[in-house]
Write a new protein. Structure first.
Length: 343
């Protein structure tokens, strides 16, 4: 016999509900602003398998003090948030969904749990290097590998890793990275994809890959110079792998501000997120899209791009609400962005 229902039956589907086989995600009329997640494998007594646990190495949360902001934390503090293959996939999966599910998210705050933001790639995870060390088929003349075939096979892994971080930059809502302690290697790759970066006084950065015997290949060499310029110092940092501190990062424009103290970083980042999320989500989304497009195209192409977007965005009811808010009215009640259509 089934047990009594814990919640009333007046429920509405959550935008994420259809995406999970073993979770039921819903709203309930009696619980305002609450999303209900239920394990949904009753025949297995709700035993948790890998498909139920969506994110193992990321923490994704909301906070009452941060309206419309989703907080994503790298969550391997005992490993200094070194990114293993599991976390790498989760970053891509999470940021492909954030801002697209109709849940009201207007901004994402990206942080790291524990003593530092990110210690780089987890070199103890053999999955990263199995494509390099894995053998090809031995031919009839002996056990030698066909390096061309092995290289073509490994290329797809690099592209997959690149795409996971690119998802951060392509997330439709702005992403603010709050960096403390070490931000090394893959941590730089990741934060280059954020829209805004702030750090604590104890932040330490390093484009470390060259010191490990490889060229950074998931975005730093392409994005970092576009953020801070292609000058001599950038090449020095990329070619030496030297550390640079918070003041250096501020001076070259990699971060926009340093918090007054290490403990004040959260307040600094939260303030930026709140000011972003106070604005129309349509305006913020179009602004981010235009900035990203213009970065990679000519001025003329960028102007054409924003004209196309604004020809529809200016029809939004948000325009009048924003104008009234700028004239001293209370914060506008903007409708959430709709859930993106998917097959």
């Amino acid at each position: 016999m089934p047990g009594p229902s814990i919640l009333p039956l007046h429920e509405r589907d959550h935008p994420l509900d259809a995406r999970f086989s073993y979770l039921s995600i819903s709203y309930h009329d009696s619980l305002s602003f609450v999303t209900v997640v239920a394990l949904n494998r009753p025949k297995k007594r709700n035993a948790i398998n890998a498909q139920v646990c969506l994110f193992l190495d990321l923490s994704i949360s909301y906070h009452d003090s941060l309206s419309f902001v989703t907080v994503v934390a790298l969550n391997r503090p005992k490993k200094r948030n070194a990114i293993n293959a599991q976390m790498w996939k989760e970053i891509g999966d999470a940021f492909r969904q954030l801002g697209t599910t109709g849940d009201g998210c207007r901004c994402v705050l990206l942080t790291g749990s524990g003593k530092g933001f990110c210690g780089g790639i987890d070199i103890t995870d053999e999955k990263f290097f199995s494509g390099i060390s894995g053998g090809g088929d031995a031919d009839k003349h002996g056990p030698s590998r066909d390096m061309a075939r092995q290289s073509l096979a490994f290329r797809s892994q690099i592209l997959e890793m690149q795409a996971a971080f690119t998802a951060v930059g392509e997330c439709p809502v702005p992403v603010v990275a709050a960096i403390h302690g070490a931000c090394v290697g893959a941590g730089i790759d990741l934060t280059c994809c954020a829209d805004v970066r702030v750090c604590s006084p104890n932040a330490m950065f390093s484009i470390r890959e060259v010191r490990l015997g490889l060229a950074a290949d998931v975005g730093t060499l392409q994005r970092f110079p576009k953020i801070v310029g292609f000058g001599s110092l950038v090449r020095e940092l990329c070619l030496t792998g030297d550390d640079f501190n918070a003041e250096d990062a501020l001076k070259i424009g990699f971060v926009s501000r340093i918090s007054r103290t290490n403990d004040d970083l959260a307040n600094t980042a939260n303030s930026i997120c709140q000011r972003i999320s106070r604005n129309s989500p349509v305006a913020a989304t179009v602004t981010k899209a235009s900035l990203n497009y213009s970065r990679d195209h000519t001025i003329a192409e960028g102007l054409e791009h924003v004209a196309l977007h604004n020809s529809t965005a200016l029809m939004s009811e948000d325009l009048v609400k924003s104008f009234l808010m700028s004239r001293g009215a209370a914060d506008a009640q903007f409708a959430p962005l709709q859930s993106h259509s998917r097959l």
